[in-house]
Design a protein around this ligand. Structure first.
Ligand SMILES: C[S@@+](CC[C@H](N)C(=O)[O-])C[C@H]1O[C@@H](n2cnc3c(N)ncnc32)[C@H](O)[C@@H]1O
Length: 272
C-alpha cells in the first residue's frame, strides 16, 4: 500500500528513517499534515486521526473510504479516452469549476487523482485564486491508478479506526493525550530564499506558522505525548526545537525542478 498521488514533501524516501525513529509503543496515531500519507499507509495504525488543510485532498481520503469502487470506476472511465492537451485542459477546467463552487464529490476526488497523473511533475499547485494551474505532462494513455492499491487503502480506512479531518494542524491535535504519538510533517522551511514551498494550498506556511507549530510541539511534549517531526536541516529548525533530539540525514528529493538540488539534508526531531 502506498500514496495515491504524488505530493510535494511526500515521505516515501524517508520511510525507513521514520520507522527507525518512531516510538516502540503508542496509543492513538496522529498525522496532522498527512498529505499523500506515505507514512500512515506504511504504518497502518489501528487507531488514527489524520488531517490536512487541503480539503480537496481530504475529500479523496473520504471517497476512498466510502466509495472505493465507484472512485476506481470513474478514474478508469477518464482513462478510456486518449489524452491530449485539449482533454487535459477540459478535465482541469472541470476540476476548477468544482472547487470554485466548493463541490467536493466523488468526481472531484477522481479528477484530483487523474490530474495528478497527467500534470507536469505530478505537482499539486494552486494560484492565488485557489485554482489548480499545473500544465499537461503530455502523457497520452495508460492507467492513472493501481486499483489494488486504492482498494487496499479503502479497506484499511474502513477496517482501522481512522478519523479523517480537514483543518488546521493545532485543532487536529486537540485530543492528543499522554502516550499518543503525533508525527508532524509540515511544509518545509525553505533551504534558501529562492525556494518556494507555498504551493500546497492558497494559504502557504509562513515563519509564524513554523513558530506556532514549535509552540504546540512544546505544549504536547509537556503533556507526555510522543512526538516526531521532520523538516529541512536549516538553522531555524535547530533554534525552534533546541533541547529535543535532532538527527540529521541525507535524502533524495523528488519534487525539484533543478536536478542538482534533488539531494538535501533533513532532520528528524523526537521528544523521547
Ligand atoms: C510536507 S506535506 C506532507 C507530506 C506527507 N507527509 C506525505 O507523505 O505526502 C505538508 C502538508 O501540510 C498541509 N498543510 C499546510 N498548512 C497546514 C495547516 N495549517 N494545517 C494542516 N495542514 C497544513 C499541506 O496541505 C501539505 O499536504
Amino acid at each position: 500500500m502506498g500514496p495515491f498521488v504524488k505530493w510535494a514533501g511526500g515521505k516515501t524516501q524517508l520511510l525507513d528513517a521514520l520507522r527507525d525513529n518512531m516510538p516502540e509503543s503508542f496509543n492513538t496515531y496522529y498525522e496532522p499534515f498527512v498529505g499523500a500519507g506515505a507514512f500512515l499507509l506504511s504504518l497502518t495504525p489501528d487507531i488514527a486521526i489524520i488531517n490536512d488543510i487541503n480539503e480537496e485532498l481530504i475529500n479523496v481520503y473520504l471517497k476512498l473510504k466510502d466509495n472505493t469502487q465507484e472512485l476506481i470506476d470513474l478514474i478508469e472511465s477518464f482513462d478510456k479516452e486518449i489524452c491530449n492537451k485539449e482533454y487535459y485542459l477540459a478535465k482541469r477546467d472541470c476540476y476548477n469549476q468544482k472547487i470554485t463552487h466548493h463541490i467536493l464529490d466523488i468526481e472531484t476526488a477522481a479528477l484530483m487523482i487523474w490530474l495528478n497523473k497527467h500534470c507536469f511533475n505530478g505537482l499539486y499547485r494552486v494560484n492565488s485564486k485557489g485554482l489548480f494551474n499545473v500544465p499537461y505532462n503530455n502523457r497520452k494513455a495508460g492507467s492513472s491508478i493501481d486499483p489494488n492499491n486504492l482498494k487496499a487503502i479503502g479497506e484499511y480506512l474502513n477496517k482501522a479506526k481512522v478519523k479523517i479531518l480537514a483543518g488546521d494542524f493545532a485543532k487536529a491535535c486537540e485530543s492528543a493525550k499522554k502516550d499518543d504519538f503525533v508525527y508532524f510533517d509540515s511544509p518545509y522551511i525553505p533551504q534558501s530564499d529562492t525556494a518556494n514551498f507555498t504551493d500546497y494550498t492558497k494559504t502557504g506556511f509562513s515563519y509564524e506558522e513554523h513558530l506556532r507549530l514549535s509552540v504546540l510541539f512544546k505544549e504536547l511534549s509537556a503533556k507526555g505525548v510522543k512526538l516526531m517531526l521532520s523538516n529541512n536541516d536549516v538553522p531555524l529548525v535547530h533554534e525552534l526545537y533546541q533541547g529535543f533530539n535532532i538527527k540529521s540525514l541525507e535524502v533524495r528529493r523528488n519534487i525539484n525542478r533543478n536536478a542538482n538540488n534533488r539531494k538535501g539534508q533533513e532532520v528528524i526531531i523526537t521528544n523521547y
